[in-house]
Design a protein around this ligand. Structure first.
Ligand code: AMP
Length: 460
């Protein structure tokens, strides 16, 4: 007996199946197989799935089906379905999916997010609207200006709910929930389940179905991983060298800070390599342009912070580089998951400084393998760097007095002490932290974990 399940067997309407065919999909992904019937049944849903699993179609396809099965004359500024996302990029991509899968339907959609002029959004809201994809802050701006009316929402989707909480959107979300009709269908998608997410799910969802797909840690098996031990001060030079020596043509580079992303992109450009940085401080126009150029191959290197990269629909990258290791080991798996997707092979290289060895050990524990150290000619021999790594903590009575970080760095081969990148001390400027900086400075909740999840000090 064949166990192959098709989209048609999920009972989606014909115009939706046609659009799926046009998109070139033949088989539903596991999250789609599990989520679509649940959403079609009309009940609430709690879904555990990351970007890259096909989760967007997992909620978009059935909600298009439900809305089109109950045709109601679309009204201006009064959506029947509200999809909330944490970032602008994700909002844009989700609405793109709504348009792609709904192209043979009469449903009308729009996307709204901050950082761009509000007036075109106000103009669009004066026309009929069924599906609204929004980031919370800008949606509330519209609520304040009475340009949107949420009293007709039949279906609410919270996409990447964990990220929304990490970014401090909980109050905004609660304000928005209070504006929705009581009677509605709620779908909550999250890659991780912290206590906060569980609390939100409990208050939001009625007797929800639960679906979950295994987290995508297979990347660590598919992707060829290596690392170069290198002092922070030499990383930018090494980056230039690696790109040129290996002839990399399309590289996604992750930095920990926005400032670091800018500095690296500037350095690469100076060295004759087309590069751009993408992060929360860049205008929407600049981000969209950089992404488009990167996708079409005219931009060789895209330097991104985790938050900017999250949700970006850039798949099957041949090369990913961790310019700095992420603070949370799971983020390493997310990052390298950008390459080697869908069975294609990819490579991930990490540049690791002595200060990052502890992070490295955490990553190696998570992926259950040691990442091969590869020496690069002309750079400090790796053995020296590993030897200089801070030692793991000893039992209390044996603990040495910790050396001040700058002292330790100053001792390294006469190197001058380095300033730490900006986002590590984001409040020094006296300005409030931006959404993105706040996120970057915050620990990410652990992925699905049988262990109790530690809740970071969120401070808001
Ligand atoms: P998502 O997890 O929603 O960000 O989707 C990840 C990627 O998978 C997107 O590029 C989708 O276009 C693609 N995708 C979604 N569903 C399918 C499917 N059933 N078959 C093949 N690709 C898909």
């Amino acid at each position: 007996m064949s166990t192959e399940v098709t989209f048609a067997s999920l009972n989606l309407a014909e115009p939706i199946l046609r659009a799926i065919g046009d998109a070139g999909y033949t088989t539903p992904t596991p999250i789609q197989l599990k989520a679509i019937p649940q959403v079609l049944s009309g009940g609430d849903l709690l879904a555990g799935a990351q970007t890259g699993t096909g989760k967007t179609a997992g909620f978009t396809l059935p909600l298009l089906h439900l809305l089109s099965a109950k045709p109601i004359q679309a009204k201006a500024g009064q959506p029947r379905c509200l999809i909330l996302t944490p970032t602008r990029e994700l909002a844009a991509q989700v609405e793109e999916s709504v348009k792609t899968y709904g192209k043979y339907l009469r449903l009308k959609s729009m996307v709204m997010f901050g950082g761009v002029n509000i007036n075109p959004q106000i103009a669009r809201l004066k026309k009929p609207l069924d599906i609204l994809v929004a980031t919370p802050g800008r949606l509330l701006d519209h609520v304040g200006q009475k340009t949107v009316d949420l009293s007709a929402v039949e279906i609410l989707v919270l996409d990447e709910a964990d990220r929304m909480l990490d970014m401090g959107f909980i109050r905004d979300i609660k304000k928005i929930l209070a504006l929705l009709p009581k009677q509605r269908q709620n779908l909550l998608f999250s890659a991780t389940f912290s206590d906060e997410i569980k609390e939100l799910a409990d208050s939001l969802l009625n007797n929800p179905g639960f679906v979950e797909v295994a987290r995508r840690n297979t990347a660590s098996e598919l992707v060829e991983q290596t690392l170069h031990l290198v002092p922070q001060s030499q990383k930018r030079d090494m980056m230039s060298h690696l790109i040129k020596a290996n002839g990399w043509q399309q590289v996604l580079v992750f930095t920990r800070t926005k400032h670091g992303a800018n500095r690296l992109a500037e350095k690469l450009v100076k060295d004759g390599i087309e590069a751009a940085a993408i992060h929360g401080n860049k205008s929407q126009g600049a981000r969209t342009k950089a992404l488009a150029q990167f996708k079409d191959g005219s931009l060789r290197v895209l330097v991104a912070t985790d938050i900017a990269a999250r949700g970006l629909d850039i798949d099957q990258m041949p090369q990913v580089v961790n310019f700095e290791l992420p603070n949370v080991p799971e983020d390493y798996v997310h990052r390298i998951g950008r390459t080697g997707r869908a069975g294609s092979s990819g490579a991930a290289v990490s540049l690791v400084d002595a200060e990052e060895i502890k992070l490295l050990k955490g990553i190696e524990r998570l992926i259950k393998r040691e990442i091969p150290r590869v020496a690069v000619e002309g750079f400090v021999p790796p053995a020296r760097i590993e030897a200089e790594a801070p030692r793991p903590p000893r039992p209390q009575n044996q603990q040495r007095r910790p050396q001040n970080q700058q002292q330790r760095q100053g001792q390294k081969s006469g190197q001058k002490p380095q300033a730490r990148p900006a986002a590590e001390a984001p409040r020094k400027s006296g300005k409030p932290m931006s959404e993105a900086a706040r996120h970057q400075a915050m620990p990410q909740a652990a992925l699905f974990s049988p262990k109790p999840i530690h809740r970071g000090n969120r401070g808001h």
